[in-house]
Ligand binder design. Sequence first.
Ligand code: COA
Length: 234
Amino acid sequence: MNASKRMPEIWRVDVAAEIRRLPVHRGQLTYIERSRAARFRRDADRERFVIGRSTRRELLAGRLGIDPAALVFEEGRHGKPRLPPDGGPGPYFNSSHSGQWVLHAVADIEVGIDVEEIRPEFAELDDFAWVLSDAERAFVLAAAPPQRAAALATVWVRKEAYVKALGEGLSRSLPDIGITAGADGRPMLAFDRNPPARERRWSFVDLPIDAAHKACVVHAGPARRVIVHDYRPD
Ligand SMILES: CC(C)(COP(=O)(O)OP(=O)(O)OC[C@H]1O[C@@H](n2cnc3c(N)ncnc32)[C@H](O)[C@@H]1OP(=O)(O)O)[C@@H](O)C(=O)NCCC(=O)NCCS
């Protein structure tokens, strides 16, 4: 892959639009992925999973010039998928799915992404005490009650995208991580008290998806411009 500084690419996959290609998507998965898909009880969850795995294959295979079904992935200690470093590092990628969307981030630097449908129960702050730092709790409480669920979703996707960029997922204590708005209004990491200390710089970009979802991508290094593309394989 070209190692020059490309902006991280965000691909927004409309699950409903990809249903028509479901047989193609299913055919691009491994036996293990198809077995995992079969364990979902709800059709919607199964289809989103299949489409997520398959479109990720299509995106990465397109970059690498190989067949999507031929891609082999490995996983980090906490399950973050990656490509074996045979041809050098990268491309880096991460995926998230919620509601009607699958989002993929593909970059030449480490990256994490999260999307969440705004659900009414997000307004029940006591249920989310295990997620929030004091400042984040204050941020959500400062929102007018009708906007509280959206405020919680905003905090949640930033935090989850960060722990996904690290590759550590929910093994990291979330209230010990603080993400606030910087002087320019962009989200930034205020602190992460989880050991071991992380010196690396991370940049946060809130992503415009639609009124019913919040999403964020976190990438290593100084801020880069990020554009959301609609995924249209044809
Ligand atoms: C990664 C994690 C945050 C995913 O959260 P989620 O909101 O349920 O799911 P999302 O849709 O945002 O992301 C799912 C994708 O993240 C990726 N992923 C999985 N583990 C990951 C990790 N450790 N870091 C980054 N990305 C990860 C996968 O591509 C997955 O896609 P798949 O469903 O096709 O396998 C969560 O499952 C987690 O923390 N896992 C790590 C396991 C762990 O530490 N558990 C401790 C429990 S106390």
